[in-house]
Design a protein around this ligand. Structure first.
Ligand code: DGT
Ligand code: CA
Ligand code: CA
Ligand code: ZN
Length: 582
């Protein structure tokens, strides 16, 4: 790992603080240097070890900046930056996330009112103190006040499950708009990250301004944040959406660039440099005849860029799915020809974890089974809550109710168009014990065991607890293994290697709960599970028919975890599934 990003962040911070103090010009050169350090293909610490002259080889880095970088690696700090931090002890990141508040405003407000954070900013605005500061007026104050709630929210990343439908909507809209040849999402949303900073949209068109006009007229857009000839940003449903327009000839390279991740792109660019190629958002260029490829964006002989395939192809790689582009070994695998053959959405044959109105679901067994059939599934498992720790009294099923439900499920199964399985979601208590007796559990088709309480216990206890459930002969699936809720609680801290190995050994599947608030196990854990040979069950935990659609978030998260079709329990046909369950 190189430390370029770390140094770039310090230079950016330095620039912000200079800005806040009203210094002219200098901030710009620090930001430029930060960008170039960030993108520099070699580790900056190697240059720093060679001395100031070596560091100056980075574009835009002069003596003053090079000295600071060397100082940072020598002393672990930059004296002048420390001084500025002391002079201006502000939460720059939070304050500048308020629309209309830049570093300069932060400096002025600190000087005049001593404001250092969002709470203080809000209080000053509410009390009318800001309008009294020179250069500020009532309107600015009002704007600041209006924008603070959004700034607070923006500090939290949006759930994929909220951002993705918005992204689908803007694509549908843009694809109908005048002058749009292609429209795709890019960025983290195209990589299906579990949370999203903003939604990036890329359009191929020769009529940039028309596309920008259509975009800013999108009925869902609440506010236009900025609009230029070939890019614009709006806020919609509280989420920032960035549009960029590329020419059709450069669309592929722009899509590749803006899909990221940044780490993937940096690694890819280094592969290119080693072959005398240059890639950027404008294309892929042969620069073997060029003395200094950094002199411009479109230097050398252009060899592709209309499609993403042309870029990867020129580097002797298959075009890898966006979900893999995290620089987590995918480039090495692509060069070796060993990329995984990822599970696909259409390969899921049924949902193994769903609820009905027998517990806290909102539909009958018949309605849920019908919804599964409508989706084209081959099987469907009814798995209501068992009464027990963490389940509201009266909601979970008692042993008698499980027996009664078995008869009800059998009645529906008789003439259902899909195979109907009767399961239960039992609770794993803090010590690993299960709700319901063994003889009840062993009579069911599917037993899901989930942790619902004591989600803050330590790693050792949490791991032991789950291991006990994994080893239980009746348990088929561990439901939402960590119990995390995105942006709300971290869930159990598990020794995943041990969990995954035990799951593989005992033939217990680990769930990838596709509910967008959960996505549990997360992608990185799925990868560990798959490597250990554990089966993955991609379940929605649906409490109504519409939630069955959440399966796509599970599938794409599984893909981010390098899961192949054979790794996924509910990609098996009924016979294969039954074999696993027995
Ligand atoms: P997010 O929005 O925080 O969830 O994450 P991303 O990955 O969507 O990041 P974003 O929106 O800042 O930028 C979109 C993509 O554009 C990013 O994944 C890679 C590319 N990109 C943006 N800035 C840079 C950069 O400075 N260098 C490189 N190599 N790529 C960049
Ligand atoms: Ca983004
Ligand atoms: Ca963006
Ligand atoms: Zn459930």
């Amino acid at each position: 790992m190189s430390r370029n990003e770390e140094v770039a962040a310090l230079l950016d911070e330095y620039a912000d603080l200079l800005d806040a103090k009203g210094v002219e010009y200098k901030p710009r050169s620090y930001r430029r240097a930060a960008d170039n350090v960030r993108e520099y293909p070699r580790p900056i610490e190697e240059l720093a070890a060679e001395g100031t002259d070596a560091v100056r080889r980075v574009d835009g880095v002069g003596d003053a900046i090079a000295d600071k970088i060397v100082e940072y690696f020598d002393d672990g700090r930059i004296e002048e930056l420390e001084e500025l931090r002391e002079e201006l002890p502000v939460d720059m990141r939070a304050l500048t996330s308020v629309e209309g508040v830049g570093p300069r405003t932060v400096g002025d407000l600190y000087e005049a009112l001593g404001i250092t954070n969002l709470d203080e900013l809000e209080r000053a605005a509410e009390e009318g103190e800001i309008r009294a500061v020179e250069g500020f007026g009532e309107k600015t104050e009002r704007n600041i006040l209006d924008n603070i709630p959004f700034a607070r929210q923006a500090q939290e990343r949006q759930l994929l499950g909220r951002a993705r439908p918005l992204a689908d909507g803007v694509l549908d809209y843009l694809r109908e708009a005048e002058g749009v040849e292609r429209a795709e999402v890019a960025g983290s949303i195209r990589r299906w990250r579990e949370t999203i900073g903003d939604v990036d949209v890329l359009v191929a068109s020769t009529a940039g301004e028309d596309v920008v006009d259509a975009f800013t007229d999108w009925p869902v857009a609440e506010t236009v944040i900025e609009a230029g000839p070939s890019k614009a940003s709006v806020r919609a449903n509280g989420i920032r959406v960035d549009l960029r327009v590329a020419t059709p000839a450069e669309f592929g390279s722009a899509l590749q660039y803006f899909t990221g991740s940044r780490e993937h792109n940096i690694h890819l660019r280094n592969v290119a440099i080693a072959r005398d190629l240059k890639i950027n958002e404008y294309g892929i260029f042969d620069v073997s005849e060029v003395d200094d490829p950094d002199t411009g964006q479109r230097v050398g002989t252009r060899i592709g860029g209309e499609t993403e395939e042309e870029i990867y192809d020129a580097l002797d790689m298959p075009t890898m799915p966006p979900e893999l582009r995290e620089d987590a070994g995918e480039i090495e695998a692509a060069l070796e020809g060993s990329l995984p053959d990822l599970v696909g959405e259409e390969e899921i044959r049924g949902d193994l974890h769903t609820h009905t109105d027998w517990s806290d679901g909102n539909r009958t067994i018949e309605e849920m089974v019908e919804a599964a059939a409508d989706r084209g599934y081959e099987y469907h498992c009814v798995s209501d809550h068992a009464a027990g720790p963490g389940i509201v009294a009266g909601v979970g099923l008692s042993e008698e109710e499980v027996e009664e439900q078995a008869a009800a499920v059998a009645a529906v199964a008789d003439d259902a168009p899909v195979e109907v399985l009767h399961g239960i979601e039992t609770n794993i208590d803090a010590e690993g014990g299960l709700s319901l007796d063994d003889d009840v559990l062993s009579g069911l088709d599917v037993v899901i065991a989930s942790p619902h309480t004591a989600l803050d216990q330590g790693r050792e206890a949490a791991t032991e607890r789950l291991l006990r459930a994994i080893e239980h002969p009746s348990v088929d699936i561990i439901g939402h293994p960590t119990g995390r809720l995105l942006n709300q609680r971290p869930g159990l801290d598990l020794d995943l290697e041990r969990i995954a190995e035990a799951a593989a050994e005992h033939g217990t599947a680990l769930e990838l709960n596709a509910n967008p608030h959960r996505l549990d196990l997360r992608a990185e854990a799925i990868r560990i599970a798959v490597e250990a040979g554990a089966a993955i069950a991609i379940d929605t935990d649906a409490h109504g028919p519409a939630e069955l659609d959440n399966v796509r978030y599970g599938v794409y998260t599984a893909r981010r975890g390098w899961a192949e079709t054979a790794d996924v329990l509910n990609a098996r046909d009924v016979d294969g599934l039954r074999e696993f369950l027995h």
